[in-house]
Write a protein that binds this ligand. Structure first.
Ligand SMILES: Cc1cc2nc3c(=O)[nH]c(=O)nc-3n(C[C@H](O)[C@H](O)[C@H](O)COP(=O)(O)OP(=O)(O)OC[C@H]3O[C@@H](n4cnc5c(N)ncnc54)[C@H](O)[C@@H]3O)c2cc1C
Length: 448
């Protein structure tokens, strides 16, 4: 059954140089970089706050800004600027070479406030929260004339010279009918949760307890979990759920996934109440949305392949550097596979290592890897760029680049790339990468 919607006339809310869809740090850093370079920027976010998975999803954990030797800083720019601001109030942990190796923990609420302040300082940047992108209006192949968005005031259009899809889900690229693909086994989504009084008696083993209760509470999550105490908070964040076999691009499946993940959290809470009543462990926060690790990917002018990412060869077109290992959460069971820059590999299932080895000869390691701009430029696009988890990478490369310090840099680079395309009046597929690298370096990014 179908229904026909009569053609409608929409007001054009604004015209700008760059319209960014999605307000995680990826989108925010793109918007800020472009605004600082002089572009008039509009940033749309469908939720009530900026930060994406880092804030809405409660995942306040960034990774090292240094190479694996700890001797060279490889990430700076807006990522460093944000951390420096957070550090003033103790809202993030030590991000020096030594401290950062253990992961940089952030307070999600204070990150929200910091992003508000950063955006407010940019006079060329207008933010619309509670505003959802709904469709692209195309004027030719890969050439977007305007986008339609909606919020409480109604439906409207925004015209821009360049559009950046930083929605994670690739909503703009999909609507613009740019080529996209769904991985056969996308990494599974998870909902985090925060608890108070998260402490256990000395002999207590959470994993053992979950297995002991599994028959009684079949909704208990599978065996993979990690967690952390968040700075400036008494709360403990647990990333302990996993929804298997989920297509996060399918509305029905993602709706069911929210419920499944919350049932897992509920079962965990029930178990802890029964097993450790004296501990008084309370559930304090659920995420605003389930955390999506992987959905659709764009098809770009240069797919990032794991073998290139981990080749150790310098990448003359790099716009970002990283050290996070290839980290693949299985969507069929609770296993997780790592391929680390120290040359080791391992697969763990339910807390037990089931395989380990080396992919580099003994004694060899990689200091870092690099991400080229090409994986952010959709094939066939004229004025559409992308940044974030829908970038074009194979399973292995995606496993590594998908973390926030990497995507933050990609966002910042997309902002500079948009500016370069504007200045040169060239389609995005002809962007001068060396000019983008120069803009990024001048803006404080580390470009190797
Ligand atoms: C449980 C979990 C744990 C993780 N752990 C870590 C970790 O410890 N460290 C790490 O660095 N990474 C971690 N990751 C990975 C990382 O968080 C994500 O890959 C990354 O945040 C993705 O960033 P993004 O900008 O692409 O998307 P998102 O963070 O998902 O941001 C997309 C933004 O776009 C908005 N948006 C979407 N559609 C629209 C629309 N139609 N209109 C307007 N706005 C829209 C969303 O509301 C959101 O704010 C984890 C991921 C998960 C799920």
């Amino acid at each position: 059954m179908h229904i026909i919607i009569p053609a409608e006339t929409l007001p054009v809310l604004a015209e700008c140089d760059l319209c960014v869809i999605g307000g995680s740090c990826t989108g925010v850093f793109a918007a800020i970089r472009a605004a600082r370079l002089g572009a008039k920027v509009i940033l749309l976010e469908k939720q009530n706050r900026l930060g994406g998975v880092a804030t809405l999803g409660l995942v306040g954990m960034w990774h090292s800004l240094y190479d694996t030797t700890g001797s060279q800083q490889i990430i700076a720019g807006l990522t460093l600027e944000t951390l420096q601001q957070l550090a003033r109030t103790g809202a993030c942990t030590d991000f020096s070479a030594e401290g950062g190796q253990r992961g940089i923990r952030l307070n999600p609420e204070e990150l929200t406030l910091e992003l508000d302040a950063m955006v407010a300082r940019e006079k060329n940047l207008t933010l619309h929260l509670h505003t959802t992108f709904s469709r692209a209006i195309m004027q030719g192949e890969g050439d977007c004339q305007a986008i339609v968005a909606e919020n409480k005031s109604g439906r409207f259009a925004i015209k821009a010279k360049i559009f950046l899809d930083a929605s994670g889900d690739g909503v703009l690229c999909k609507s613009a009918q740019l080529p996209m693909r769904r991985p056969v086994h996308p990494q599974p989504p998870s909902s985090c949760a925060r608890f108070s009084n998260w402490s256990f008696p000395p002999a207590f083993d959470l994993r053992e307890c979950i297995e002991r209760y599994r028959d009684r509470l079949p909704d208990l999550p599978c065996g993979y979990y990690w967690g952390m105490q968040q700075p400036n908070s008494t709360l403990y964040m647990l990333a302990g759920t996993r929804v298997l076999n989920c297509d996060c691009d399918n509305a029905e499946e993602i709706s069911k996934a929210e419920l499944t993940a919350r049932r897992q959290i509920r079962a965990l809470l029930q178990m802890l109440r029964q097993e450790l009543p004296e501990q008084k462990i309370y559930l304090e926060t659920l995420p605003a949305a389930i955390g999506i690790r992987e959905g659709l990917h764009i098809e770009s002018i240069g797919t990032l392949q794991g073998q290139d990412l981990l080749s150790g060869r310098p990448c003359p077109e790099a716009i970002a550097n990283g050290t996070y290992p290839v980290d693949i959460h299985n969507d069929q069971d609770d296993s997780i596979t790592f391929k680390r820059l120290d040359g080791s590999t391992s697969t763990t299932r339910n807390g037990t290592r089931i395989a380990s080895g080396r992919w580099l000869p003994e004694g060899q390691s990689l200091p870092c890897y690099q991400i080229p701009l090409s994986c952010l430029i959709p094939r066939g696009a004229r004025n559409i760029l992308c940044a974030g988890r829908m970038l074009d990478a194979d399973r292995e490369a995606f496993g590594a680049v998908r973390v926030m310090v990497n995507l933050n840099q990609c966002g910042e680079a997309a902002g500079a790339a948009a500016m370069q395309a504007l200045d040169s009046s060239q389609p995005v597929t002809s962007i001068d990468v060396q000019a983008v690298r120069k803009l990024l370096r001048a803006g404080g990014a580390i470009i190797i």
